[in-house]
Design a protein. Structure first.
Length: 207
């Protein structure tokens, strides 16, 4: 894989953007019978989620760079990932709480956001000791959540989104390796962590 393509994939499939992509699938691919929101409501919630899961954490990281707490937005050094990941986790936790508190939102939103939030805190915890690939955790978690959704609502027929997720996961893992941002162990561990976390949620719900 060329370095330029790897860089594009790393930006387009940045971990902060993955919740928006995932919720777009839920809001606009899942059958209307499974969602109580109308089309306008779906766009509103997608906009809100984009703001709380991408804009606010992104601005927070930018402020940390401007104030000298981070060397760059890429956060190549493990030690510099702790504060941004913790801040992102708090933003995601507050979003999860909002989705849980507002009864107008379908419960599936809360379930997805809870797993996403858990994956961020898991990445933060691992980063206290070891540099794991946040990109890999993200794509692994997305794939696991799509499998969870397919189990919860088999009538949604998520085979196509799952196939795309598998392809993109492989592309992202290859991109991170091509850019020499992580070792194979950091990439594969991240992917397995995100995937297993989502599958564990599915197992818990089955009990």
């Amino acid at each position: 894989m060329s370095r330029s393509l790897a860089q594009v994939l790393s930006v387009v499939l940045h971990p902060l953007l993955l919740p928006t992509y995932l919720f777009a699938v839920v809001l606009f691919y899942m059958p209307e019978s499974l969602l109580s929101l109308n089309v306008r409501g779906r766009w509103l919630i997608l906009g809100m989620l984009f703001f709380t899961t991408f804009v606010i954490p992104g601005v927070g990281a930018y402020v940390m760079v401007r104030t000298g707490q981070l060397d760059s937005m890429e956060m190549d050094r493990r030690e510099q990932r702790r504060l941004p990941l913790l801040f992102t986790g708090v933003c995601y936790a507050l979003t999860t709480y909002l989705l849980r508190r507002e009864t107008t939102f379908d419960s599936v939103f809360y379930i997805i956001m809870l797993v996403v939030t858990a994956s961020v805190f898991l990445t933060w915890f691992i980063s206290l000791f070891w540099k794991v690939s946040a990109h890999s955790v993200g794509v692994g978690g997305c794939l696991g959540l799509l499998l969870l959704l397919n189990r919860l609502a088999p009538e949604a027929m998520l085979v196509f989104p799952i196939a795309i997720a598998v392809f993109l996961a492989g592309a992202v893992l290859s991109a991170r390796l091509a850019l020499h941002k992580h070792t194979p162990a950091q990439v594969y561990t991240g992917f397995a962590s995100g995937l297993l976390l989502a599958l564990a949620a599915a197992f818990t719900m089955a009990l």
